[in-house]
Design a protein around this ligand. Sequence first.
Ligand SMILES: Cc1cc2nc3c(=O)[nH]c(=O)nc-3n(C[C@H](O)[C@H](O)[C@H](O)COP(=O)(O)OP(=O)(O)OC[C@H]3O[C@@H](n4cnc5c(N)ncnc54)[C@H](O)[C@@H]3O)c2cc1C
Length: 411
Amino acid sequence: MTKPHIAVVGAGIIGICSAYFLNKSGFKVTLIDKNEPGSMTSYGHACTFADYACIPVNSPDLFRDIPSMLLRSDGPLAVDFLYTIRNLSWVMKFLQNCTTQKVKYISNSLGNLLNNASTSYDEIFSDVDVSKYIKNEEALYLFENENEFLKASITNKIREKNGVKIKNLSKNEILELEPNLAPVFFNGQLFIGSRHTTDPLAVSKKIFESFINNGGKFIKNNVENIIPNESKVIVSYKNENFSFDKVVISAGSWSKNLTRKFGDDFPLDTERGYHVLFNNYELIKRPLGWSQSGFYLVQLTEGLRAAGTVEIAGLSKPENKKRTKMIENQARKLLPQLNEVKSTWLGFRPTMPDSLPVIGQSQKNKNIIYGFGHQHIGWTLGAVTGKVINSICNDRIPNINIKPFSPSRFN
Ligand SMILES: Cc1cc2nc3c(=O)[nH]c(=O)nc-3n(C[C@H](O)[C@H](O)[C@H](O)COP(=O)(O)OP(=O)(O)OC[C@H]3O[C@@H](n4cnc5c(N)ncnc54)[C@H](O)[C@@H]3O)c2cc1C
């Protein structure tokens, strides 16, 4: 019997892990991307395997906090007002998901997925040796003042219910762990058991190479169209049509451009985020989050990266230099020894208004399977999403409740 042939469109971390698990379970798999595997959003992030990050950006406090966040030039959020007005329906849906009840539901649903994130990666890592690029020094979140620390105690209760272990540290305890930090923070909290990567592109490439070495195929091309029919799904690239038994759409923030082609529309937008890379190699040991400006500092092999913040401005606007300058200035306040900037980067988090990913079969055609919308934690959720997608393609019920991620929830 010939193996079913599956196309995976989009080779970010979600597509790479999906292709890896599908190939391992015996499907013939073709991964397609217009760019190099792992080179887009999955390259430039803050590098944390953030199993603790079940709290969405949606928050009941957002209504109160938005005005001050927007007025502060060093704040974590920036908004392009013209873009926002043109895309008001996503914003309205996002705000509807900011009630206490909704936030609890979102956190528990993400918590469920996150609880399986680490073990799913370990399945890959037992086969693909990336130990050189993984560090176990736990992430430490720094609070700018007592108020921020007290606010976190509310969300920490939700985290703890989801199995996250947190240890509060005083300013002095933090300075003992990270002596190069300037004492400009109030205190902090350590996420016990968390880990991070020092080279996300190398990790993606290693998993991708294992997929290729086991018979997987990669095509570097722009997918122009996806056309489902009764038993096959047609994927068009190079102005030609190719036929597959199933298609996985894991094209990150660009996924809705493809799903729209066959009439499945999603309220998917992007939370743009930035990184600034400094020419430093030994300043800090662990990822350091900074509450004031919403970014992480993390030591990578290519330099010290300050990555994060949110900008609502869509996919087409160029990099906003004010944001990277703000990140640079804030990073220098925390680490005055920082050297010159090597480079800056803009990335596109794929975000649904309820901050939950879309994982499951399309309502339009069951041979089309979705895996996109992983917002701030797609790097963490790559392997577990790949495993769930593999279960769906094998007609098995995943061992995680995926109802909250249903593609039809906004219909
Ligand atoms: C500043 C920042 C910090 C972050 N920090 C963290 C963190 O610390 N931990 C964490 O877990 N997550 C983090 N994230 C989130 C994480 O980076 C994303 O959720 C994740 O990378 C999304 O992966 P993806 O595979 O869905 O998308 P991508 O990596 O963007 O991949 C999508 C791929 O689809 C391809 N594609 C699109 N359209 C087409 C087409 N028509 N034809 C062919 N190919 C196509 C693109 O070329 C791209 O390669 C951060 C994000 C940002 C921006």
